[in-house]
Structures are given as structure tokens and as C-alpha cells.
Design a protein around this ligand. Structure first.
Ligand SMILES: Nc1ncnc2c1ncn2[C@@H]1O[C@H](COP(=O)(O)OP(=O)(O)OP(=O)(O)O)[C@@H](O)[C@H]1O
Ligand SMILES: [Mg+2]
Length: 228
């Protein structure tokens, strides 16, 4: 009885949702939308950007006259810096949602680091990273936004804030698909317009969110039956 009550209470609260996927798949766009939608539905949520500092390091390398961050700290150094920075970001995000009780919407999570390590050919570091990231709880839902790397490439070029090669995007796409966690991800086709992707994500969170638009009251009414 107590266990059943606890299980029910555990399901009642959406503690954390993660959005993962290759660069340009739309994680940041969708994570912001999801945090806003949850908050509007009466379930206060905070967006967390679990960055690994790669972009920042890229800018630093450029300023120091190196074409890419690998030339500054080496491939292994870069993976180490990225793993540590992302670990700290995730730890801070979890701590903050524990303190505030708000739902954490994670823009990237541990799986992104494992995929990054694989896609950069640093497999021997993956075990170490996994040992460090193991302490983080799995979010209730991890959405893997899937998109053709060519479309992701076009989006990044349109965004105009950074550049990624097709080779990198394809390697990252393969890395996500070969992770042992892959079967636990909720795959979201993210190749269409952003609104369509938002609808797909919301449909999977039917217990916590009205499917599209709607108010907090609707979410409450849907909650008991439709919760995943
Ligand atoms: N479904 C979509 N269709 C077309 N453009 C999109 C879509 N979703 C996002 N965009 C645009 O594509 C660009 C990349 O999106 P976004 O920054 O959300 O991706 P990301 O997965 O967070 O990328 P990164 O991993 O590089 O941070 C942005 O300029 C965004 O406005
Ligand atoms: Mg992003």
C-alpha cells in the first residue's frame, strides 16, 4: 500500500525531461517551448542548458589563432574539458530542481556526452565518463530528436552562430543510434516544422500537458488517466 502510494506520488510529479540529439536537431528551441508550456500548464519548469563549453572553447581557440579547439587542448583534452563542464552543468541543474521543486527541462544530458565521445573517436574515455555521470538520475523521459544530418547542417548554417561539418553531424547521428541507452529514448521525428515537433513532444507528455495549447485545468483533468 505504502509502496503503491509512493509509486503514484513519484509518477505524479514530472521531475526531469531531457532533449538530446545532434547539433541543429532543435533541442534548444524545443526545450524552451516545453519549459514554457509546462509552466503555463501550472507545472513550473526551468530550462537548463547543459553545455559542454565546446562553442566557448572554439571562440577562445579562434582568438588565440587556432582554427579549432582541438588545436588548443588536443582531442582528449577537449573531451575531458567538455565532460567536466557538462557534468558540472548537469549537477547544478539537478541541485537547483531539487531545491526549487521545479521540473528540469534538460537541453542535453549524459547521453550527449557519451555520443560526443564516440563521435570524436575517444571510445577509451567513455567508461570513465560513464563512471562519473552514473550518479545522475535518468530523466523520466528522454526525447531523442532525430533529423537528417543534411537538414541539421542547413539549420546550423542559417543560424549563423557556428559551423559544423557534415562528417561530424553524420558521426554524431550514428553515435546516438549505437548507444546502449538508445532503446530507452523516445524518438521524435524532428525533421518537420518546429510546431509539428512541439506537438509530437507534447503528445508524449499527455499526462502532464494538454496536447496542444489548453490551460492548466485541462492538464489536471487529463492527468490521472493519461499519465505515462
Ligand atoms: N523544426 C525546425 N525547422 C526548421 N528550423 C528549426 C527547427 N527547429 C529549430 N530550428 C532552427 O534551427 C536552428 C537550430 O536549432 P536549435 O538551436 O534549437 O538546435 P540545437 O539542437 O539546440 O543545436 P545545438 O546542438 O547546436 O545547440 C535554430 O536557428 C532554430 O531556430
Ligand atoms: Mg542548442
Amino acid at each position: 500500500m505504502v509502496r503503491r502510494l509512493r509509486a503514484r506520488r513519484g509518477r505524479d510529479r514530472l521531475r526531469a525531461v531531457a532533449l538530446i540529439g545532434i547539433d541543429g536537431s532543435g533541442k534548444t528551441t524545443q526545450a524552451h517551448r516545453l519549459a514554457d508550456a509546462l509552466t503555463a500548464a501550472g507545472r513550473p519548469a526551468t530550462y537548463h542548458r547543459n553545455a559542454g563549453g565546446r562553442r566557448w572553447l572554439g571562440r577562445l581557440a579562434y582568438r588565440l589563432g587556432r582554427p579549432e579547439p582541438e588545436r588548443l587542448v588536443g582531442r582528449s583534452g577537449l573531451l575531458a574539458v567538455e565532460s567536466v563542464l557538462r557534468w558540472l552543468a548537469i549537477a547544478a541543474a539537478i541541485a537547483s530542481c531539487l531545491v526549487t521543486g521545479r521540473t528540469a527541462v534538460m537541453d542535453r544530458y549524459a547521453a550527449c556526452q557519451y555520443a560526443s565521445i564516440r563521435a570524436h573517436g575517444g571510445q577509451r574515455w567513455e567508461r570513465l565518463a560513464r563512471a562519473g555521470y552514473r550518479i545522475f538520475p535518468s530523466p523520466q523521459v528522454t526525447f531523442l530528436l532525430t533529423v537528417d544530418p543534411a537538414e541539421a547542417y542547413r539549420r546550423i548554417e542559417r543560424r549563423g552562430t557556428d559551423h559544423e561539418s557534415m562528417g561530424w553531424l553524420t558521426a554524431a547521428d550514428t553515435a546516438y543510434r549505437t548507444l546502449p541507452e538508445y532503446p530507452t529514448f523516445v524518438l521524435i521525428d524532428a525533421g518537420g516544422p518546429a510546431e509539428e515537433v512541439t506537438r509530437r513532444i507534447r503528445a508524449h507528455l499527455a499526462g502532464w500537458l494538454p496536447p496542444d495549447g489548453g490551460d492548466a485545468g485541462t492538464a489536471e483533468r487529463l492527468a490521472p488517466q493519461a499519465r505515462p
